[in-house]
Design a protein around this ligand. Sequence first.
Ligand code: PM9
Length: 459
Amino acid sequence: MKFPAEPFRIKVVEPIKITSSEERDELIRKAGYNIFLLPAESIYIDLLTDSGTSAMSDNQWAGIMLGDESYAGSKNYYHFDQTIRDIFGFEHIIPTHQGRVAENLLFSNLLKQGDVVPNNIHFDTTRANVEYHQAVALDCVIDQARIPSEPHPFKGNMDIEKLEAVIAKYGAPRLPLIMITVTNNSGGGQPVSMQNIREVKAVAQKYNIPLIFDACRFAENAFFIKEREDGYEDKSIKEIVREMFSHADGCTMSAKKDGLVNIGGFLALNNAKLAEKITNMLILIEGFPTYGGLAGRDLEAIARGLQEVLDENYLRFRINQTRYLGEMLIREDIPIIQPVGGHAVYIDARSLLPHIPQAEFPGQSLVIELYKQAGIRAVEIGTLMFGGLDPQTGKERFPELELVRLAIPRRVYTSMHMQYVAEAIIEIARNRSALRGLEIVYQAQMLRHFTARLKPKAN
Ligand code: PM9
């Protein structure tokens, strides 16, 4: 059966406020045509992110009631620690309040000025944390990842030749680690194959460089391996995860994704000395090693979430729900990144709106129309997010792709909601010539997309 029916039933509902298009016109005008500045209450379907937006299960909520809030040695910590060791196989588990703190702790202890960190594609916070330490974040993903219509089954794979070239250019001592992001968020939520993981590991081992995974969407990646890679169809998700991580020396994790919780993360390592150093720093910035910036109840919810996310029925629904939305759009010739990724559908806004020049933010124009027409919040991943003035040349920079991401929160929306989203996009695409570009009236110097204010271009 292809229809992605939900493998759960609804026990608690959260009403969503319905606004009129006139109200939304006014709200978005007031928000300076920036969806980050909208009150969340005014949104019907919120696809801004899949991070921290999951619905927890009854089992997780029950775990919340069993929170042991002792300062040290909470029983929930032992459950958290044991669960992560059991699933991922690492020796030392350091709780953090979200993923970027795990990155910061790791890089603060490993990187020095001029070092180089290759990844398939660094996620924004990873790149920012690398650059903060005056090191260089390099993307070594396969070329097919840059072509939206290219149907490669593992578009998150690292290009081994590119990786070897980086090592040859800079020399292994300048690479304190190699990273792989599973699934590759910045490349469209695309998976990395087991074969590729083995190949990267072989290179890392040859030069004695630690291999660390950015593990946010590890279970979704494992499901794709089961579905697409020879020899894995009869393995359980847990077996696949264990094999994936057996090739790594550690991982950073935002539990706000595949941990099925609203807050939390961890850093896991096999290197005892490094773990000890980082644990001491954790005490300085997050908290005692048995809670790391989280409440006991959060640790319990993560332990339970990490077990639930391994359920194949859940993952089949999850991946198929995202695919279902993508396929409705493909059938109507809406250009999207293919194959559909694990956690989001990415629309190629430049192909959809060729009459809007990149300098006038075609992706943002689509985002604004989606909100105005249907109360849907998506996010632009294009010139507004990655453009801006080049500090060297003083000229406006333009990214390769103008994307609009529809990130699907886990277990939150039904497949009927997905139909609503698809219909809204299809309707907008039919009237695409009416969409206009935008211009910036205010922007911050860094990360301008969060606070920028825009206005529609005059005709
Ligand atoms: N990802 C996302 O919406 C949250 C917004 S961050 C501007 O996709 C990867 C692959 C991520 C990620 C967050 C983090 C950071 C690390 N790696 O948000 O710090 O997708 O828990 O995780 C977001 P935290």
